[in-house]
Design a protein around this ligand. Structure first.
Ligand SMILES: [Zn+2]
Length: 257
């Protein structure tokens, strides 16, 4: 019962092998995955896969801050229509990213807030991408967010994590916590209450040890879960069940168990 709460298996790199990737994950006991879609094409692919593997997949759709210049009014209207029709499970990943470019900070904030508002009116949890932008991101979430929050691939300071935990949120850890030099990751995992933890791959990126250097797949999330269990000093099966419960708490009307 292993959960990958964040994978991009409908992106162009992974989609040609999506069925194989899902089968490989299922064989490894990774029986619930959330597909993150950053555009309409990925989203339509994800809907087809979900129709095929309904108990094993959830679908998230939202516009990533790095794409802010390309997102049109029509894109947002379409996202809102899909959210209203209940065709997605989570809205995201959305947020702020000042790592690559700070030229469009204000536009990023506008896009972020607009999508939080869509999530609020459609009662959807949100998945947050926050890179070098924790302060602005948390301030916006505090001011606007009314639905549960997933902090995807959390990599901030302990102080930021504690502040994030004061919100109605879950903290998702990815492959980097298995990297030898990532002391901050170990500290964060150790201090995160077990009932607030999620596991993810962010496939095709950030493969955990011992798969580092390979293209990441949801099947590899077990390595991240093992590392969390080791740091938290908890039985791995107990942790797998706890992570599943944490994730499913976002979907009180879901049939997955
Ligand atoms: Zn992602």
């Amino acid at each position: 019962m292993i959960t990958d709460t964040h994978c991009h298996i409908t992106c162009d790199t992974l989609y040609p092998d999506a069925d194989l990737i899902i089968e490989e994950a299922l064989q490894q006991g990774v029986d619930l995955m959330m597909i993150m879609c950053t555009n309409k094409e990925e989203y339509l692919r994800a809907q087809q896969l979900k129709a095929k593997y309904p108990e094993h997949l959830k679908v998230a759709y939202g516009f990533y801050p790095g794409d802010v210049q390309d997102i049109t009014f029509e894109d947002l209207a379409d996202l809102e229509a899909e959210a209203k029709a209940h065709h997605l499970d989570v809205l995201g990943e959305i947020g702020l990213d000042y790592y690559w470019d700070t030229t469009f900070k204000e536009q990023q904030k506008e896009l972020f807030i607009r999508q939080i508002e869509i999530a609020n009116t459609t009662n959807l949890p949100i998945s947050i991408h926050m890179r070098d932008a924790s302060r602005d991101c948390l301030d916006i979430l505090k001011a606007y967010a009314k639905t549960p929050i997933i902090f995807h691939c959390f990599s901030g300071s302990l102080e930021i994590m504690k502040e994030a935990l004061t919100l109605n949120s879950l903290i998702s850890f990815a492959g980097p916590i298995t990297y030898k030099n990532n002391k901050q990751g170990l500290i964060n995992v150790a201090h995160c209450p077990i009932d607030r933890i999620l596991s993810e791959t962010d496939s095709p990126y950030l493969s955990p040890v011992p798969y580092r250097g390979k293209t990441n797949h949801p099947a590899y999330v077990h390595a991240t879960v093992s590392k969390i269990a080791e740091i938290q000093e908890v039985d791995e099966t107990v942790l797998q069940q706890q992570i599943r419960n944490n994730f499913l708490s976002l979907f009180p009307h879901s049939k997955n168990s």
